[in-house]
Write a protein that binds this ligand. Structure first.
Ligand code: XBP
Ligand code: MG
Length: 240
């Protein structure tokens, strides 16, 4: 039986990447005096690395090899902290939108006493900033909010999902996850959670093995439909 919905944030609950995180990375680089700029296409490639600090380190290792190895971790931490501040300013300005259908579906799930949770790579401060901008989605709407600070290993590792399941006290099969990327899907599936994928411009061309269903977005998706997909999970599993 379906008891909880677990949402990824970046790219799933809201369109945060192209006009949010990416812009914030670039502002952080400029602020700290680095001549780097991640355009829309380059950022799409860099999304293969989960986590902002890890993404900066990966970029330095490929594009800024002149920076000594011993200074890289500290630099990445500094830039990532700056980036977080810029990101939250962008969120506060109302520039980041929830994706179509998400607010309505969350309201329907709450009315039906389903439990709601978040499993994200980004920081708690970033999630709280986003929720604060969305009255229908106050932080209290979610029983568990698991972030990058709660899991040592980033997606596609299942740790953040395992943390959520522990806190909810539920079996993975009693939950439904929502993800936008192949990395996120792998994290949820490795934790045993049936998963609905909603693609975006960065993830449309990816493969989603084991997804219950792959959609453009959640517009028009009702809870009854989610229950049907959830009930069909054994069929999906057999087909993997
Ligand atoms: C999204 C990410 C995040 C954001 C940036 O992963 O990889 O790193 O791009 O967030 P997912 P931070 O949606 O699978 O959770 O800079 O705060 O790490
Ligand atoms: Mg995501």
């Amino acid at each position: 039986m379906l008891r909880a919905l677990i949402f990824d944030v970046d790219g799933t609950l809201a369109d945060t990447e192209r006009d949010g995180h990416r812009v914030a990375f670039n502002r952080a680089f400029a602020e700290a005096g680095w001549p780097w700029h991640w355009d829309v296409a380059r950022y799409g490639e860099l999304l293969a690395v989960a986590g902002g600090r890890e993404r900066i380190l990966h970029f330095i290792a490929s594009d800024a090899t002149e920076i000594p190895l011993r200074g890289r971790e500290r630099l990445a931490r500094d830039l990532h902290a700056r980036k977080g501040r810029h990101y939250r300013r962008l969120v506060d300005s109302g520039r980041i939108r929830l994706r179509p259908g998400t607010a309505r579906l969350l309201q329907e799930a709450r009315a039906a006493a389903l439990r709601l949770a978040i499993a994200t790579t980004t920081s708690r401060a970033n999630v709280e900033a986003l929720l604060a901008r969305t009255p229908s989605l106050s932080a209290g709407a979610f029983q568990v909010i698991a972030t990058g600070e709660d899991a040592r290993q980033k997606k596609p590792h299942p740790e953040v999902y395992q943390y959520v399941l522990d806190r909810l006290g539920l079996d993975p099969q009693e939950c439904l996850a929502f993800e936008d990327s192949a990395l996120g899907l792998r994290a949820a599936r490795t934790a045993g959670v049936p998963t609905v994928v909603t693609v975006n411009e960065y993830t449309r061309a990816q493969d989603f093995p084991g997804a219950l269903v792959v959609l453009d977005n959640l517009k028009g998706v009702r809870l009854a439909q989610l229950r049907t997909w959830h009930a069909s999970r054994r069929v999906a599993k057999a087909q993997e």
